[in-house]
Design a protein around this ligand. Sequence first.
Ligand code: TXA
Ligand code: MG
Length: 330
Amino acid sequence: AGHRETMAGVSVTASEIEKAVEVLRAGGLVAIPTETVYGLAADAEDPQAVGRIFTTKGRPPSHPLIVHIGSAEQLDDWADDVPETARLLAERFWPGPLTLVLRRGRRVPLATTGGLETVAIRVPDHPVALELLTAFGGAVAAPSANRFGSVSPTTAEHVRLELGDDVDYVLDGGPCGVGVESTIVDVTGPAPTVLRPGGVTREDLEAALGRALAVPTTSTVRVPGQHPSHYAPRARVVLVAPEDLAAEAHRYADHKVGVLLPPALSGTAVDAHAVVQLPDSLPDYARGLFSYLRDLDHQGCDLILATLPDETGLGLAIANRLRRAAGPRD
Ligand code: TXA
Ligand code: MG
């Protein structure tokens, strides 16, 4: 005991967990590893601590946070009138990259839910996050540990580079295994609704529920520079058809172009400043996606050309994130 090995072989000591618990109890912010992305965690029951999440991220206080709990058994401590569908999904997918929107329980302050009478809850599938939640005893509210509008962090290093001293403590649990955020399902209405595609696939949800699910489409409006420009310089993302990729790269020759080269175009010569050859498997692609975008930024690219994967399996979440990266950011 005292050590937990993560997939990457990074271990966190018992004293690091203790320190993180102390910071949470004192109303501070702890960056925590989850299987999806790193979260910026605070005591979910402490409105002031939760307020610091919003100021640190530069996020409008009306944007609700996800409440992370240690096990499905605690669900009724944080949510009211939990429907059978929610229990079924929790049983099937927790711990895991699924967030359920439920009726807000009394313990969750409105500061955490952005003033809503519903609350988003999940049990993260990461040994370090689970150990922290067990030691802390409560729940932590945690959005992705990035500035508002930026790319989610999938390593502790990403968090340190982006948030620096604004976060009180960082737990390093190695690189995130899933790499895209959780799938959010609203179970407060007559039928479950997917609010955000993510680490649990639509196909797996439909199989568990025995019914088809509607999934929101993300608009593809390309409005460059609409995200706040006072953040770190970031490449503009432009979505192109695979057959146009080489020509588009050439057309933007006066830019420092970064390219996310899909497996189908493997080996194609592209005239660009930097090229990322994407992996064949969707889980590998999802795991690497945010790192690729950050890497291209760091290599000085001011424009990233990307194609959309087929929107099946994790391809749905990947395409959703690419569309958002290419449009106005949230
Ligand atoms: O994988 C994840 O979900 C990561 C890790 C850290 O757990 N967290 C994450 O949090 O992605 P964040 O804050 O970046 O995204 C939270 C999303 C927001 O889009 C928010 O609108 C939605 O969850 N959300 C939270 N509470 C909600 C509610 N009561 N009703 C509808 N949507 C809600
Ligand atoms: Mg986020």
